[in-house]
Design a protein around this ligand. Structure first.
Ligand SMILES: Nc1ncnc2c1ncn2[C@@H]1O[C@H](COP(=O)(O)OP(=O)(O)OP(=O)(O)O)[C@@H](O)[C@H]1O
Ligand SMILES: [Mg+2]
Length: 291
């Protein structure tokens, strides 16, 4: 497991008072999460989705989050992006602890500082590509920076598609529109939850190459959830979650290496589950029933 010194760095913000008053000491950090716990439900429906996670992401870095289904990847993205609240812990984005903001303050902060790309694109069907890209600015009542708009649509290869409706675009083109929409406000950080999950191999490679380019050419920070070890190989750092915890943090991930690592983690989980299962009286009776 690579040392990103997150644990040590997070200690700088250990107390509430420090967190409240803190400006990030290291301006190279885009976002820093400290001791994040997220629980859902209660009683029989209780789920410990994130168990005391501390992690930070450097500016200008493309990072991936991997892990088995249900390991907490989307939950982590949603709380980091202020789309969901934490049970406890702190998240510092550009000197603001977003866990302390009310809904209105969060909405305003999200519009300017956070971009989000969804697996299912989430474009508004009755608006053109151009209108969709400009939507965050339209909602905020802000004028677009026309130079940045043109640079963005040119980089993303969308110039000839701007007047098309989403239904007139391929999946890859729709995702490129969603990426442009996430970047139009020049946010501090972009979160992408399985952005290539609905795309074929060619469109996936295209979208990943473009996200890589946004990081390399514009120093954008992108954190992407993916199940795909090849997609992770486009990133600078891969974090693996299992059961709500970070179990690996790999710099310069390679596809084969990440695939092997995930397989080992899955095998461990299956083994642990079968061991704990075989020890419970219910499991014994379950097993005897099924035989
Ligand atoms: N709104 C919710 N209410 C209750 N439990 C939830 C909710 N959202 C997620 N969970 C639970 O939290 C855990 C983590 O879910 P999460 O969606 O973060 O997993 P994931 O790693 O993104 O999985 P996948 O790869 O399938 O998308 C799971 O056990 C899930 O059932
Ligand atoms: Mg998910």
């Amino acid at each position: 497991m690579a040392s990103y010194q997150d644990q040590n760095a997070a200690d700088q913000y250990a107390t509430d008072q420090q967190v409240t008053d803190a400006q990030p000491k290291d301006s190279s950090i885009a976002i820093r999460a400290t001791d994040i716990v997220k629980n859902y439900g209660s009683g029989e429906t209780f789920v410990h989705a994130l168990r005391d996670i501390s992690v930070s992401f450097q500016r200008g870095v493309f990072a991936s989050i991997m892990g088995p289904s249900g390991s907490g990847k989307s939950t982590l993205m949603h709380v980091l992006a202020g789309l969901d609240s934490v049970t406890s812990g702190h998240i510092l984005l550009d000197g603001t602890d977003i866990t302390r903001l009310n809904d209105n303050e969060l909405t305003i902060l999200r519009r300017s500082k956070i971009g989000f790309v969804f697996q299912s694109f989430n474009l508004l069907p009755m608006f053109t590509a151009e209108q969709n890209i400009l939507m965050p600015l339209t909602l905020a009542g802000k004028k677009p920076d026309s130079q940045w708009f043109h640079e963005l649509v040119t980089s993303l290869g969308l110039t000839s598609r701007l007047n098309h409706l989403p239904s007139q675009l391929s999946g890859g083109q729709q995702q490129r529109v969603a990426i442009a929409r996430a970047l139009i406000t020049k946010p501090s950080i972009v979160f992408a939850d399985e952005p290539t999950g609905n795309l074929d191999a060619v469109s996936s490679a295209e979208v990943l190459t473009l996200m890589r380019k946004m990081v390399d050419d514009y120093h954008q920070t992108i954190v992407m959830v993916t199940h795909d070890a090849t997609a992770a190989s486009y990133t600078d750092r891969a974090i693996i979650l299992a059961d709500g915890k970070i179990v690996a943090d790999q710099p310069h991930p390679q596809a084969q290496e990440m695939g092997d690592m995930l397989t080992r983690i899955m095998q461990n989980i299956v083994q642990q589950r079968s061991e704990s299962h075989s020890l419970t009286p219910d499991a014994v009776s379950d097993a005897s029933v099924s035989e």
